[in-house]
Design a protein around this ligand. Structure first.
Ligand code: NAD
Ligand code: FES
Length: 271
């Protein structure tokens, strides 16, 4: 069992939890994720590792479905049944002099360890962070430690530029150049960031989060198509160069599962 040592409510939908998981903490690198089950009957929830502090692992989750809502009901002192990891491949840290991170919504959580690592290596790091409104901007204070410049976008204009991260990028690229970018957020955001960056010959790493079940390459559920070839996000990723990703296929599959999840949640609420 894995004890919850700290819980922080970041906004009405998103929490941060610090969990005592010494073996995960010992072996984790930026980009790795864990799969947890709240209890023995629980659904598996994959979450990127956000921070390691000694034997403790920070995770951030959005209370979207039944299982993440159940996770959100746990408090400090409670225990999580399973907390397996580190899983996946560590992010490919590139040999560059400047990097731009692009975070959309809760995608700010998996991006943080990668930008922290670039900063630790002496790379110049900037960040564009977007959210639907200022309440949904997360981790900005933590990013301040690692980023030289932070550019904010909110859909409703409640903080920073009114618009999407791509609106900020369009203006930013008029005056600044970067060696490389990492974009993590909704699939549609990553798709349009990659399209925009291609116009500037700028490489984009993305983090893909298709539905995962076993997390070990056995079920095939997390398959993604990159340059016409099939990869499994759980063992080959979740980070990939964005240029060859078939985002439209992934978006269509995600929409299908969202409908199924909605029906399941309705059934569970009725019980
Ligand atoms: P959201 O829908 O509120 O969007 C966040 C931001 O993304 C927006 O404010 C905007 O700046 C940008 N964006 C959205 N649509 C865009 C478009 N069409 N063009 C350009 N930019 C656009 O985000 P959310 O509700 O926090 O959801 C985050 C998503 O990130 C979830 O779908 C989640 O599954 C995904 N996610 C991905 C990973 C990963 O590892 N890849 C990790 C966690 C979450
Ligand atoms: Fe089953 Fe990746 S989650 S193959």
């Amino acid at each position: 069992m894995y004890k919850i040592l700290k819980k922080e409510i970041l906004n009405k939908d998103i929490d941060l939890m610090v969990v005592h998981a010494p073996l995960v903490a010992k072996n984790a690198l930026p980009g790795h994720f864990i799969i947890l089950r709240v209890d023995d009957m629980g659904e598996r929830i994959p979450l990127t590792i956000v921070e390691i502090d000694g034997e403790n692992v920070s995770i951030i989750y959005q209370k979207l479905g039944y299982s993440t809502t159940l996770l959100g009901k746990l408090n400090v002192g409670d225990e999580i049944a399973d907390f397996v990891g580190p899983l996946g491949k560590a992010a490919h840290i590139r040999d560059v002099k400047s990097v731009l991170g692009i975070a959309g919504g809760v995608g700010a959580a998996p991006l943080l360890p990668q930008l922290r690592e670039y900063s630790r290596l002496g790379v110049k790091v900037d960040l564009v962070i977007g959210a639907r409104n200022k309440e949904y901007l997360i981790l900005v204070d933590k990013y301040k430690k690692y980023c030289d410049n932070i550019y904010i976008a909110t859909d409703d204009g409640s903080m920073g530029t009114k618009g999407f991260v791509t609106d900020v990028l369009t203006e930013l690229y008029k005056e600044k150049k970067y060696d490389h970018t990492i974009a993590i957020g909704p699939l549609v955001m990553m798709k349009y960031v990659v399209l925009l960056n291609k116009k500037y010959n700028l490489s984009t790493d993305v983090s893909l989060n298709p539905i995962m079940i076993d997390g070990t390459g056995m079920c095939g559920n997390c398959r993604v198509t990159i340059d016409g070839k099939t990869f499994f996000a759980c063992i080959d990723g979740p980070d990939f160069p964005g240029e060859g990703v078939n985002f439209d296929e992934l978006i269509a599959r995600q929409d299908y599962y969202k409908e199924e999840e909605h029906i399941c949640n309705l059934r569970l609420v009725k019980k």
